[in-house]
Each structure stands twice: as structure tokens, then as C-alpha cells.
Ligand binder design. Structure first.
Ligand code: SF4
Length: 338
């Protein structure tokens, strides 16, 4: 691979993105976490507002997760931000608030995998570590016509080693940025702009005009369909029952109570087992929410609270700030109730 050409191309053609210009590991880390599952154009306004409010590790580690949530609401996949918050607390405690500078320590932080650790090492500390994301995998499999399934760990390991071997040790940061930029702007999933590509003279898939066949990815398993009974429970003062999630994807967020069931009778019995005695009022509306791996079909019913013995459940008025800490799947039910 003509590394010199790739790096030169990047310097001339790069998009001006704030996190690319920074060498602050904290700012780079925040960007990498926000970019997981999120497009650059969507994340940018969030990124800028986030760094204005939480300018360094200390300011992030010193607040509760509830204070962080409004700054990332809308980006989805909130578990990544919870882990980021836990990592900030660890850095504050174990490294006196200074971002660790070696791969092993960085990789050991919550929510930081091989890719993010490699990206921080190469772009913040200019060390020759591979950062293999989807863009880089696409470029490599096309240039070298690698047929293996990129979802297999063995293929990822092979690609990671290949990427590692190609890093320009004089400019590892530029190499990492350049590969990602090439994948994002030229070697796109469909209709790659090969005639403008700095690697087209060595790209085997371009030579054989089979770019569209790479990378090979086996079909994802179909999403799990989950039928839920979602309970809008109100009391005589028009307060609502919501519960803070302590486990799962939504840890730390608030949800209406719901159970995997289609039966009102079964739901009432389940609520009773939690110390919540209700009368069923009416069926309200059906909602659907699609996640990466599952689809929720939420049959929303209104119940009247008769008595509450559970202490782990909140009874709040409709304008309570806790509703702002609901995942989108339930936020749309809240919007419907307005
Ligand atoms: S020549 Fe085309 S397929 Fe090959 S790396 Fe460049 S953009 Fe991708």
C-alpha cells in the first residue's frame, strides 16, 4: 500500500472535524464513544455541547449519570455513556484524573474495546496501534480482496494484523485518520469513488471490478420479536408509576412497568407480586419500537392504582424530570399521553 500517498491524500482532502484536530485523549475518547452507532453529522452538535459542559475527566467524573443523560439524549444506546461515566470515575480514582497513556491501561477501562483503545493510542499519543473500524475493514478487504466473513473473530484478527503492519510509524495518527476518512468519503459501502481513490493503483477489487462484493458479511440473525404489556398506572392525584432500571441495556433510566405478556389478567397478577394493586381501566394504543437486535410490540394499557407496597417504584407527576430519562421506546408513549 502506498502509505505516503494515502497520508498525503488525507492532508489535502480531510474534512475539518473538531475531534480530528485534537490530540486531547479525553476529547478523542468522547468522540469515539459518541460515534459508535451514530453518524458524524448527528453527533457533532452533541459533541460540542458535551465538551462545553464536561470539559475534562474531572468534570465528568464528579457528576451523577443523571446529569450526563440530557447531553446524550437522542443518540441512543445509552449503555455506552454509562460505561464512559464509570471509566471517567476510574481514571479520576486510579490515575489522578489523567488519561492513561499505555494501551493496556486504556483497554482495561469500561466501554473501551480494541478499536477505541487503538484509536486513542494512535491519534492522541501517536503510537503505532491499529484502529480497525467498519470503514477500515471495508478498505482493506477491497484492496486485498479478502473473502472471509468480517463478522468472524478470526477475520477481524487477521485484518487487525494487516492494518497494524501498514501503519506509517512516523505518522500513525495520520494513517488512522486517513484510513477512516477514505472509508467514510471515498470507499463507501455502495458506489465507491474509485477513480478519486489514492489506492486505486493497487486495489485488487477495483482491478477486477468486484468492489461491491467486499467486505463479505454473513447475514445477521433475524431480530427477536417481543410482545409486551406496557402499564400506564396512575393514582388519584394523577401521578404515574415509573421504575428505575437497575440492570440491562437501560440501567439508570426510567421506564413504565411492562412485562412480556399479552394477557391483562396475567399482568395484574404480576403487578400484585410486585406489591402494586391495580384496576384495569382500558387499552390505550399499540406501539412498536425497533432496536438493533429486537423489536418491541408494546400494548399500552391504563391501570388505576389501588395500593402500592413496593419501595423501588417511583410515583411522579406528569411534568417530573424523570420522564426525560426514559429510552425512546417509552418516551414516545409519554409524548402520546400529553
Ligand atoms: S479503489 Fe475503490 S474499492 Fe479500492 S480502496 Fe479505493 S475506493 Fe475502495
Amino acid at each position: 500500500m502506498s502509505i505516503k500517498e494515502l497520508n498525503t491524500w488525507y492532508k489535502k482532502n480531510k474534512r475539518m472535524l473538531p475531534f480530528r484536530e485534537s490530540q486531547d485523549p479525553y476529547a478523542i475518547w468522547v468522540a469515539e464513544i459518541m460515534l459508535q452507532q451514530t453518524q458524524v453529522v448527528t453527533m457533532l452538535p452533541y459533541y460540542e455541547a458535551f465538551l462545553l459542559r464536561f470539559k475534562d475527566i474531572q468534570s465528568l467524573a464528579s457528576v451523577s449519570f443523571e446529569e450526563i443523560l440530557p447531553y446524550v439524549r437522542g443518540l441512543g444506546y445509552y449503555r455506552r455513556f454509562r460505561l464512559m461515566h464509570q471509566a471517567a470515575i476510574q481514571i479520576q480514582k486510579n490515575y489522578h484524573g489523567k488519561f492513561p497513556t499505555n494501551y493496556k491501561d486504556i483497554r482495561g477501562l469500561p466501554g473501551i474495546g480494541d478499536y477505541t483503545a487503538g484509536a486513542i493510542m494512535s491519534t492522541a499519543f501517536k503510537k503505532p496501534y491499529s484502529a480497525l473500524d467498519g470503514n477500515v475493514m471495508r478498505v482493506l478487504t477491497r484492496v486485498y480482496m479478502i473473502d472471509d466473513d468480517i463478522k468472524k473473530p478470526k477475520t477481524m484478527k487477521q485484518l487487525n494484523q494487516l492494518n497494524q503492519s501498514l501503519i506509517d510509524i512516523n505518522e500513525p495518527d495520520i494513517y488512522t485518520h486517513a484510513m477512516m476518512e477514505l472509508g467514510a468519503t471515498i470507499c463507501k459501502p455502495t458506489q465507491p469513488n474509485c477513480h478519486k481513490c489514492p489506492l486505486n493503483d493497487m486495489c485488487r477489487s477495483y482491478e477486477h471490478q468486484v468492489q461491491h462484493l467486499y467486505p463479505f458479511k454473513s447475514k445477521p440473525q433475524s431480530k427477536k420479536h417481543i410482545q409486551l404489556m406496557t402499564c400506564i398506572i396512575t393514582d388519584d392525584h394523577n401521578r404515574y408509576l415509573i421504575k428505575k432500571e437497575t440492570q440491562s441495556l437501560f440501567e439508570g433510566m426510567y421506564l413504565f412497568l411492562q412485562i412480556e405478556s399479552e394477557s391483562v389478567t396475567y399482568t395484574i397478577e404480576w403487578l400484585e407480586s410486585l406489591g402494586i394493586i391495580v384496576d384495569h381501566i382500558k387499552s390505550m394504543k399499540k406501539f412498536k419500537h425497533v432496536f438493533t437486535h429486537q423489536i418491541w410490540y408494546m400494548d399500552v394499557h391504563h391501570f388505576k392504582l389501588k395500593s402500592l407496597k413496593s419501595k423501588s417504584i417511583d410515583l411522579v407527576s406528569f411534568d417530573d424530570q424523570k420522564f426525560k430519562m426514559m429510552p425512546n421506546a417509552h418516551l414516545k408513549i409519554y409524548e402520546f399521553l400529553k
